[in-house]
Write a protein that binds this ligand. Sequence first.
Ligand SMILES: NC(=O)c1ccc[n+]([C@@H]2O[C@H](COP(=O)([O-])OP(=O)(O)OC[C@H]3O[C@@H](n4cnc5c(N)ncnc54)[C@H](O)[C@@H]3O)[C@@H](O)[C@H]2O)c1
Length: 464
Amino acid sequence: MRLTIFGSGYVGLVTGACMAEMGNHVICVDIDQAKIDRLNAGEVPIYEPGLDDYIHRNQEAGRLEFTSDIKKGVDHGLFQFIAVGTPPDEDGSADLQHVLAVANSIGSNMDEYRIIVNKSTVPVGTADKVKARIQAALEERRVAHEFDVVSNPEFLKEGAAINDFLKPDRIVLGTDNPRTTELLRALYEPFNRSRDRVINMDIRSAELTKYAANAMLATKISFMNELANIAEQLGADIENVRIGIGSDPRIGHQFIYPGAGYGGSCFPKDVRALAKSAADSGYEAKLMEAVEAVNFRQKRRLFGKISDYFGGDLQGKTIAVWGLSFKPNTDDMREASSRVLMESLWEAGANVRAYDPAGMEETGRLYPDQKGLELCESSQEALKGADALAIVTEWQEFRSPDFKLIKQELASSVVFDGRNLYDPVVMTANGLGYFAIGRDNAPSTSNGNPGRRKTDGTDTGTAG
Ligand SMILES: NC(=O)c1ccc[n+]([C@@H]2O[C@H](COP(=O)([O-])OP(=O)(O)OC[C@H]3O[C@@H](n4cnc5c(N)ncnc54)[C@H](O)[C@@H]3O)[C@@H](O)[C@H]2O)c1
């Protein structure tokens, strides 16, 4: 089948590469010429495990093309996917300008029937706006062509995106007629083999399903972070509490990890946009507002612990920071907790020696010429001359570090762990001061660190 995908970011590239892998002919359109040039030169502009192979293989086979030529894109695909960004507006609502710009491009160029498939995360009612925009563009041209608009929200997780796309938990199709449902079913057939994953519903419910999923996951994280803070107040160990509640199948072990708050391009903006949609409709979404408020506070928690430790005086101190991306296995730094920590440290007059396995380039791009920032080539390098170590992202390589080396390098021999990666007993045995999330005041007889979080990015308290 022939597909066009507008937007060559995380969602567009993964969708394009996986659809091409199944034998479809895909054209990806982006207005960012530099990005298109890089893709055509064989470069993949984002870090996503496995994506390079999928893109290169399908590019070579002639099934995957990249262009900034809008007309070429609209002429090509029966399916016109929208996978552009929906960043937060100043008032928290989703900014639809890119989505509507694509709708305009399609209406201004289409010469025959098209199915517009919206994969961007958009508020309820956006499909109607897309429809109206296309219709207006057609009327301006004084032509009449049939088209359908479908909501097909994307649930992939950065860091595991290829696998998520190839083996989805569900394929949500929000449609308003059986013909488009059948055509989309056929398109998704290769991803729907062992059992039927298609969940067909009305368009508005499909749009809300995506927000509901992200809001639920964000709520789990904020709930655990709230409990972690309560545990600290009361002298309990949140890691024991986590195991204690996760064993109830109604609660489950997944996604209940306390940490330094969630970030990324989805949870923060989606929780805010859902609250705003609710408010605009006359309903006060108190839970969503609390989820956001708890997360805001949690992202400042690690800084608070560091500041307290040094008696509120961080002037001239140097903190090694391990983990900069918003979660492991991505280079995405959007709303990353590390940014809140580093910016607070700089404001307090401290220096940062930062290391991340994938996010160094992005950090350099975000903070060019930043005073007090040293980008280091390895985790060991970051420790050199530092007073303390802070861990913000649970990359695999931070799981079993050389504690003796950490002790040797750090002037103050203290570790602030924003992801509860280590056993407090082991840290003490190695002569290291250790502060984590929700366990700092617990008796040291706690049973180490039962059932550590996964560090492959699929089940994190960092989200996305
Ligand atoms: N990143 C994720 O993990 C994820 C997961 C599920 C859903 N989503 C949603 O999918 C959407 C896209 O997210 P993303 O992370 O891939 O975004 P992104 O910012 O990585 O990429 C968006 C791309 O769209 C391009 N673009 C903007 N306007 C355009 C236009 N008019 N025509 C063509 N291209 C245009 C931009 O240049 C950019 O390359 C968002 O709504 C997001 O909420 C994201």
